[in-house]
Design a protein around this ligand. Structure first.
Ligand code: ARG
Length: 493
């Protein structure tokens, strides 16, 4: 027998075995293969708060302060961002209980504004937004892991990027292996970061009682009131709050979503807003505004000043915090691929789940690959600005969708309802956020980002609308399906 035919025989035996595995799992008691409702109330709060608290609060405050110019306005900005996140979260809670499918903005746009916009969203989300945010958070994690080994100097970028890549891969594997394990990581890292923030807050309170209040005098002096500064400061702040919509990506996996979704939103976002404000009070008690602005990792500077030789603890806490946030980002990001593929907007393979582990592994693997590609040229600050611009563009459209549902479909059953003024306020904020930096200080990059968003249409028309090359992916799908042991999953409504 030639080597080639022996190989072919081996391969066919291998696939035969896999095929049996896949069909056995699917036949089991004629059960449908779907993601289970495993996320309870604690998991839900942890998914939101744990995704929100990530890199931002540990490295963004200095940029926000330099952009807005004064400590007083700095606090107003943090509070405004918390308010915007809360209003957005409440509106999403209504959306998530009226439209019970997973997939957040994607599914809401699909059910209200229509196919083309939903496709444009999922295209930008999968090709740019999600990998960019994952990479941004992972970069912070990598930087904080490496930082303690390079005291007083900047660590080599190649090393930071390699560690970042390792972090991304590790979390991707965990998310492919088990929903329960990913949930556990979310809960544990969430506890760690809340504790770390509690330490920062306590340290600040002690210093405040010792009479360190000089940084809060004349606190509005030097405020920059132009639209561009306010817009950019909000971008910086809102990056730290981003993730307030995390639970809407996985409503199908949430136990009793009609009760748990609104409740988890309120608990998580108020918790995070309170913590952020107090942490910032502590930063400004311990450091002068100048010191804060010139620090490049504010939590570490704080740690060195207050904890002395134990300052490295803050590095570990910041790294773990980013790790947890990245976990939440992965968990929810995979879900969007998965829902979009189920609706025929993405290759079928991305909608499948592992036959035994019930995790949407193909979608997760896809997100991981693009995140690793983005990592190569990625830099944190530009990622934050362009991410926020794109994200708020789509949040604005989602709010229009909610307004449409409220006005045109008042008869739909609504377990949870918000007054119409809330989506209007969020819409106004979103429009301001998208337009302010463009109008006040136009930069060519925003044009590129917009062109990219709209380029989704060029893919939509031939491949989705006219369904060109339908058989193109069939063979690849079959091969991958057997290779990854995945099968089509059903809706879980
Ligand atoms: N708030 C997070 C942070 O401060 C970033 C969240 C990015 N967005 C997301 N949906 N994961 O690092």
């Amino acid at each position: 027998m030639s080597i080639n035919s022996r190989r072919a025989e081996k391969r066919s035996r291998f696939f035969c075995f896999r095929k049996q595995l896949v069909s056995k799992a699917m036949d089991k008691g004629d059960q449908k293969l779907n993601l289970k409702r495993e996320v309870g109330m604690v998991g839900a709060v942890s998914f939101i708060a744990g995704t929100m608290i990530g890199s931002g609060i540990f490295i963004n405050p200095q940029y926000l302060l330099s952009t807005i110019g004064s400590p007083g306005a700095f606090f107003v900005m943090w509070a405004c961002c918390g308010l915007i996140a809360m209003l957005g979260g409440l509106c999403y809670a209504e959306l998530g209980t009226v439209i019970s499918e997973s997939g957040a903005e994607y599914i809401y746009m699909l059910r209200t504004v229509g196919q083309v916009v939903a496709f444009m969203y999922v295209f930008s989300f999968i090709a740019a937004m999600r990998p960019a945010s994952a990479t941004g958070i992972a970069l912070t994690c990598g930087e904080y892991i490496v930082a303690p080994f390079y005291p007083g100097c900047t660590p080599p970028q190649v090393l930071v990027k390699c560690v970042t890549a390792a972090v991304i891969l590790m979390l991707a594997i965990i998310n492919c292996l088990s929903v329960r394990m990913a949930t556990a990581i979310q809960v544990v890292t969430m506890v760690v970061k809340v504790l770390a923030m509690a330490v920062i807050i306590l340290g600040g309170v002690v210093m405040l009682f010792q009479g360190n209040t000089q940084n809060f005098e004349n606190s509005f002096e030097g405020t920059n009131l132009d639209a561009n500064s306010i817009g950019l400061a909000l971008y910086q702040g809102l990056w730290s709050y981003d993730g307030w919509n995390t639970l809407n990506y996985l409503t199908e996996e949430l136990k009793h979503p009609e009760v748990n979704l609104p409740r988890a939103v309120v608990i998580a976002i108020s918790l995070v807003t309170g913590l952020y404000l107090l942490v910032n009070v502590s930063y400004l008690t311990v450091m002068t505004p100048k010191e804060l602005m010139s620090s490049n990792a504010v939590a570490v500077t704080w740690g060195n000043k207050v904890l002395g030789s134990w300052g490295w603890i803050m590095s570990v806490a910041a790294a773990l915090s980013a790790f947890g946030s990245l976990n939440g980002t992965f968990f929810s990001g995979g879900r969007v691929c998965f829902v979009a593929a189920r609706e025929g907007h993405m290759p079928d393979i991305l909608s499948m789940a592992h036959v035994r582990r019930l995790t949407p592994s193909p979608a997760l693997i896809f997100t991981t690959i693009i995140s690793l590609v983005v990592l190569i040229p990625g830099d944190f600050q530009s990622i934050v600005n362009y991410f926020s611009f794109t994200a708020w563009f789509f949040y604005a459209i989602t709010m229009c969708g909610l307004l449409y549902l409220k006005i045109k479909k008042p008869e739909l059953p609504r377990p949870y309802k918000v007054p119409i003024i809330l989506p209007i306020l969020v819409l106004v904020a979103a429009v301001f956020l998208v337009l302010a930096p463009i109008i006040d200080n136009p930069q060519i990059e925003y044009l590129y980002v917009s062109l990219f968003i709209f380029s989704g249409i060029l893919v939509y028309i031939p491949f989705i609308h006219y369904k060109l090359c339908p058989g193109l992916l069939t063979k690849l799908t079959l091969f991958l399906q057997l290779f990854l042991e995945v099968a089509p999953a059903d809706k879980n409504l």
